[in-house]
Design a protein around this ligand. Structure first.
Ligand code: ADP
Ligand code: MG
Length: 285
């Protein structure tokens, strides 16, 4: 196909030889299948900030480090330089997360680098060599659902041990290849220590997976991996090899009614946001 304008600089630099096809165009990015020498890769072109939706929300940025105070001041003021810096940080966040997670043994696409707002990475394919489907598009047997759920929980733990929470993990951001689930779409990944929203984001991520795989294996629906994992993490004992049960005994001390109400309101808002995302993902199809 004709080379899209945003990819042209990478063709001129010899990083990409040919754009084969467009895979997806969503709210946040447009994704292409490209040829780099004899390899077929995936190129993700981020949309401009004003065309993106929720992921640049301030909640996700909390705790991200900036290089120096000049950069921080410019970003606070919202000057042109500041906005460009903010964009560069956003683009680099995903490639940085991919390198870190690949290193930690999490199944993610192998990253090749981010150039001019274009992320080059491994194209995930199925056993026939076709582009791998999203989890939302596959039917699983009960056994497969249980096995894939175990794999994804293990990867979420590896990720947390590497200091990151995905923050937008859902059946739309997991691809399925012949070996199981592969996690994608990480520009919003949050710092587990520095971001105060990390706990509820981890819980939402894990519960999305529980609910999705639970359609095929209903016994998953009563598991409490999120609470169990966070409790072990907070005690400083979580390791990639920690044995998990899916059980968690809620603390029994007297209920703090006010904070329960706040949590209910937050859970309601999250659910509205999640439904909105599912709606817009369906609109994109
Ligand atoms: N490495 C990859 N291999 C195969 N398909 C991919 C890859 N990365 C993204 N895609 C496809 O592109 C879609 C959008 O990518 P994603 O990273 O989720 O961006 P967005 O922020 O737009 O949701 C995915 O749902 C998936 O279908
Ligand atoms: Mg996505």
């Amino acid at each position: 196909m004709k080379t899209p304008k945003r990819i042209q600089p990478l063709v001129e630099d010899g990083l990409i030889d040919e754009v084969i096809s467009q895979l997806m165009s969503g709210k946040e990015a447009t994704v292409y299948m490209v040829r780099c020498g004899s390899d077929i890769c995936c190129a993700k072109v981020y949309k401009d900030a004003d065309k993106r939706s929720f992921k640049q929300a301030v909640q996700y940025r909390e705790g991200r480090k900036v290089r120096n105070s000049r950069q921080a001041r410019a970003m606070e003021k919202g000057s042109k330089y500041g906005r460009e810096e903010q964009e560069a940080l956003w683009h680099n966040a995903e490639v940085d997360a991919l390198y870190k997670l690949a290193q930690a043994g999490v199944r993610v696409p192998k990253p090749y680098g981010c150039f001019d707002g274009v992320l080059l990475m491994e194209l995930i394919t199925d056993e026939d060599g076709d582009v791998a489907p999203r989890l939302n598009d596959v039917k699983l047997s009960r056994e497969e659902a249980l096995e894939h759920h175990t794999q994804i929980i293990r990867d979420v733990v590896r990720m947390l041990c590497a200091g990151l929470v995905h923050g937008d993990l859902s059946e739309f951001n997991v691809l399925v290849d012949q070996h199981g689930p592969v996690i994608i779409d990480l520009p919003q990944a949050v710092d587990a220590v520095a971001n105060n929203h990390a706990e509820w984001m981890l819980e939402r991520d894990i519960n999305n997976m529980r609910d999705y795989y639970g359609q095929f294996a209903p016994e998953l629906l009563t598991t409490k991996y999120a609470k169990e994992i966070w409790a072990i993490y907070e005690s400083g004992k979580l390791k990639p090899t920690t044995v998990l049960t899916g059980h968690f005994d809620e603390p029994t001390e007297a209920a703090d009614v006010e904070s329960v109400l706040v949590e209910i309101q937050e859970a309601f808002e999250e659910e509205q946001e999640r439904l909105g995302r599912i709606q817009s993902a369906n609109d994109d199809d």
